[in-house]
Design a protein around this ligand. Structure first.
Ligand SMILES: C#C[C@@H]1N[C@@H](C)[C@@H](O)[C@H]1O
Length: 439
């Protein structure tokens, strides 16, 4: 065991009520919105072949041009109540929203810089009405905050000289001041989603990241902060030098999903996922493959079946409207959740032997299991192999209990669920299993 001052201060999961609620969410929404949304990944008729919110690093966009974009930010179609209604219909339980991305543009009227929404034609605070609308809709709000800030003169990628250290000390105070503003102005915030913490300057600031986390949690008791904030004494991120998670949940699953339960190492975790292959801010021309609604539903099932949540990203246009593909995804997922959300909300890893037809989830605290089926075998029979001395006593198709699916117990343990001839719903479906353990 390596002696650390600023490693993990807790082993195992957080067990308080706020974290228990976080565990029940299943489905979340990410929204990336900012100055980059005005360009949509395009400049002078040319498309940037990377994530649109990173277009400032593209040498075809002069920094002076990018850094003055905010003076055109005037989203007349911004309607937080409508945004919240769309998220509610989709079945989202939490929102993560970009208050400041890497470019440093603040969507709240910060007093720490002039590079804020107050300096735009729109003038008004974006965050407050959004937090209010989503909270009113029963959706918990988490605020995304990028530590890396390309606009700030004291930002440093590394600390090589005394001057670097003096400048970065000023930057750390600026960061703490901005975070204090966010938690003071928006006390409903349930958590902070940190990004832009991969550079050496931050890795060398382990003590500061530790004290910052403690300060923020004292300011807002119950606050949930993932593993992307901290660095330990030796510059390790996410897990400290002893392999212990520094954060309330594992925040490394960006555009990737764990393959097995072993991959999550007993941590809470969520996966943040783009609908296109890459690109979080509005991208006029989506790069590569766009995930269909069924693919997103399968990712949701995969995440919940391994004890995590899935957070689907939306990138509104500069005017505050959503693109049709995102509206369709929200509608389709919402329609599916309307019938099947019992297999997603308040569910956890089932621990049963994975079968080819899809994924199991288990309702927390109950002997109720769910089969989320994506692949019906040619036999039309779905194999269920619970652990020894567990038996399935009842199987019900969610949304259409009349469909006569039959349950056949197998002598050597387990069961088959026979679907009626020609059964097809054309989309994933859920079978609820009631079970009991042989005494
Ligand atoms: C890299 C990177 C950032 N992390 C994702 C959550 C997006 O904000 C992307 O720009």
């Amino acid at each position: 065991k390596i002696e650390l001052q600023h490693g993990a201060h807790r082993t195992g999961k957080r067990t308080d009520a706020d974290m228990q609620t976080w565990r029940t969410y299943g489905l979340g929404q990410f929204i990336h919105w900012g100055a980059y949304s005005l360009l949509g990944g395009k400049y002078n008729g040319e498309y940037y072949n990377g994530a649109a919110e990173w277009i400032r690093v593209w040498n075809k966009v002069p920094n002076a041009v990018y850094d003055n974009l905010y003076k055109q930010f005037n989203p007349q179609q911004y309607n937080p109540t409508q945004w919240a209604a769309m998220a509610k219909q989709m079945g989202v339980k939490y929102l993560t929203f970009t208050t400041k991305h890497h470019d440093g543009f603040c969507l709240w009227p910060s007093k720490t810089t002039s590079y804020t929404i107050a300096g735009t034609p729109y003038k008004k605070d974006i965050i407050k009405p959004l937090v209010e609308a989503y909270t009113k809709a029963g959706i918990d709000v988490y605020l995304y905050f990028s530590v890396m800030d390309w606009s700030h003169p004291d930002w440093r990628y590394d600390l090589k000289t005394r001057e670097d250290t003096i400048a970065f000390d000023r930057f750390k105070k600026f960061t703490k001041d901005q975070l204090t503003e966010l938690l003071t102005l928006y006390p409903e915030t349930k958590g902070l989603w940190f990004d832009g913490t991969w550079d050496n300057s931050w890795k060398k600031s382990g003590a500061f990241t530790d004290s910052l986390e403690q300060y923020l949690k004292a300011l807002r008791p119950g606050l949930i902060i993932g593993s992307r904030l901290r660095a330990d004494d030796l510059g390790n991120r996410h897990n400290d030098a002893n392999g212990l998670l520094m954060g309330d949940y594992e925040q490394g699953w960006e555009r990737k999903i764990p393959k097995t339960y072993a991959d999550v190492h007993g941590n809470d975790w969520d996966c943040v996922m783009t609908i296109p292959e890459n690109g979080w801010g509005y991208q006029e021309k989506w790069l590569g493959h766009w995930k269909t609604s069924n693919e997103l539903i399968e990712m949701l099932a995969q995440c919940v079946s391994l004890g995590g949540n899935l957070v689907v990203n939306f990138g509104p246009k500069g005017d505050g409207s959503f693109r049709p593909e995102e509206m369709t995804a929200a509608k389709d997922i919402g329609a599916w959740m309307k019938i099947n959300s019992n297999a997603i909300y308040n569910c956890e890893y089932a621990g049963w032997e994975k079968q080819d037809w899809g994924y199991y989830t288990k309702r927390t605290g109950e002997n109720k299991y769910y089969m989320i089926v994506f692949n019906v075998p040619v036999s039309g029979s779905l194999k269920v192999q619970p652990p020894r001395n567990w038996t399935v006593t009842k199987a019900t198709l969610l949304g259409d209990a009349t469909k006569n699916i039959s349950l056949e117990k197998i002598d050597y343990g387990g069961s088959f669920i026979h679907l009626p001839k020609g059964f097809s719903t054309g989309k994933p479906f859920v079978i609820e299993l009631e079970t009991q353990k042989a005494t």
